[in-house]
Write a protein that binds this ligand. Structure first.
Ligand code: ADP
Ligand code: MG
Length: 421
């Protein structure tokens, strides 16, 4: 593995590199032929997180080689990739190097600057395209896009200044204020009951553009991962039923325990979003199902998604393998579920008393453990996940929850014998 130290993380002077990025205005993006990229080729990946690690492993198992570009010196994807470029996402020299080495580049990090993707597209195939990613990076654009694609969305108002919170918001109270950019896992959000609370929250969020949404009575949350190839063919995976705790995905249950009509509507909506964006790659649409049964589109992630991790163990083709197939212009794989599954996120909280006892998970012969190789376990940090398979989804759920309760009891320091297998 080689590391090319082009610029150390956090020290990049964005002003210095911007002039170079303007090249995109004078160079037309290359017409991308949907030709197949054969195994053995190098694929580039912007972002070194766990989604990138799982993409890298899937691509490598098909014989591709992967170069990760990430500002961190050590990252979950960087440590398994064939090469790791330590550089800022906006570093033109690093981007040019990546494009020169790779047949195609993709991203695993939602907030990778759209400009970086645009810049790369001058030199090599990039999927998804900068314009698609840009829509999902900005909640204001995303909401308008979803509504224009015919989806129902939560009632909302765009908030650009405190003045926008002083009047005309009664119908959105109690509300949830979300920063338009750079939010994830419930970060950059605040819930509030009054205009005064919202103004304080807006200031706390840095006074940046926000969306104020009405806090809705959710019956259940679901998501659908969809892949769309260069030929416009789409496939969806079975929808996941998602439980969040503190804004972070906690558990995904598949198949989702919702009426078939809702599951179908979510799959249709995800396909409509992919077509409307002219999307090439894997994306996820998150939905709310309200207590009256209505389906609302919440947000789009222009990449594989945490709620699609179950596809690694429970489907014929995982979301990560599919990302590699699309990127390489290969035929799409079958997304069929071969077993009901429950995926549980493993957060750093479980390390409170040292390395968790993984036998609590692995004593279930149909449980699969995935750890992301992160060295520091912090509360709320996604360290890994496990997926439990069973013939019935309820059995998968009870086994997954029993394993988690045992892990939590250990983290709390409760004296608890490890059950015999
Ligand atoms: P993030 O980008 O952090 O995932 P989301 O918009 O998906 O942001 O919000 C995180 C979670 O907060 C959602 O999965 C849901 O549980 C809850 N939430 C968000 N918006 C609403 C809403 N309008 N009403 C009720 N709950 C909401
Ligand atoms: Mg979300």
């Amino acid at each position: 593995m080689s590391a090319i130290e082009t610029r150390s993380a956090g020290t990049t002077d964005r002003k210095l590199i911007e002039p170079d990025m303007t090249e995109r205005r004078i160079i037309e993006p290359k017409m991308i032929e949907p030709k197949m990229i054969e195994p053995g080729a190098f694929l580039g990946l912007l972002g070194g997180g766990q989604l990138g690690r799982m993409f890298t492993m899937a691509a490598q198992s098909m014989g591709y080689r992967v170069i990760v570009l990430d500002p961190g010196a050590s990252s979950p994807a960087g440590t398994v990739a064939d090469e790791h470029i330590t550089a800022d996402y906006l570093d033109p020299a690093a981007l040019k190097h990546l494009a020169a080495r790779c047949a195609a580049v993709t991203t695993e990090f939602e907030n990778v600057p759209a400009d970086s993707l645009r810049f790369l597209a001058q030199y090599c195939r990039v999927s998804p395209a900068a314009d698609s990613v840009a829509v999902a990076q900005d909640r204001i654009r995303e909401k308008a896009f979803l509504a224009s694609a015919g989806m129902r969305v939560s009632p909302y108002k765009v908030v650009r200044s405190v003045e926008d919170l002083r009047s005309g918001i009664d119908h959105l109270l109690p509300g949830i204020l979300k920063r338009s950019r750079l939010g994830y896992d419930g970060k950059g959000q605040a819930r509030a009951k009054t205009s005064g609370e919202l103004i304080a929250a807006f200031e706390q969020l840095g006074g940046e553009n926000c969306v104020l949404e009405k806090l809705l009575p959710l019956q259940v949350e679901v998501s659908c991962v969809v892949a769309r190839g260069f030929d416009g063919q789409t496939v969806t995976w079975p929808i996941a039923e998602n439980q969040h705790v503190g804004g972070i995905l906690d558990v995904s249950i598949v198949p989702a325990r919702v009426p078939a009509a809702i599951a179908q509507a979510a799959r249709d909506a995800a396909i409509a979003v992919a077509h409307k964006l002219d999307y090439r790659g894997v994306l996820c649409v998150e939905f709310f199902v309200l207590s009256d049964g209505r389906l609302l589109a919440n947000e789009i992630a222009p990449r594989p998604h945490n709620s699609g991790h179950y596809t690694i163990d429970a489907c014929i083709t995982s979301q990560f393998e599919q990302q590699a197939r699309v990127l390489c212009g290969m035929p799409l794989g079958d997304t069929a579920l071969h077993s009901p599954a429950v995926m549980v996120n493993v957060l750093g909280d479980l390390w409170a008393r040292g390395e968790p006892h993984w036998e609590h998970v692995l004593r279930h012969p149909r449980a699969k453990l995935h750890l992301y190789g992160k060295h520091e376990a912090r509360p709320g940090r996604k360290m890994g996940h496990y997926t439990v398979l069973a013939d019935q989804v309820d059995d998968a759920l009870s086994a997954a929850m029993a394993a988690r309760e045992a892990l939590r009891a250990d983290a709390r320091g409760e004296d608890r014998a490890v059950p015999a297998t």
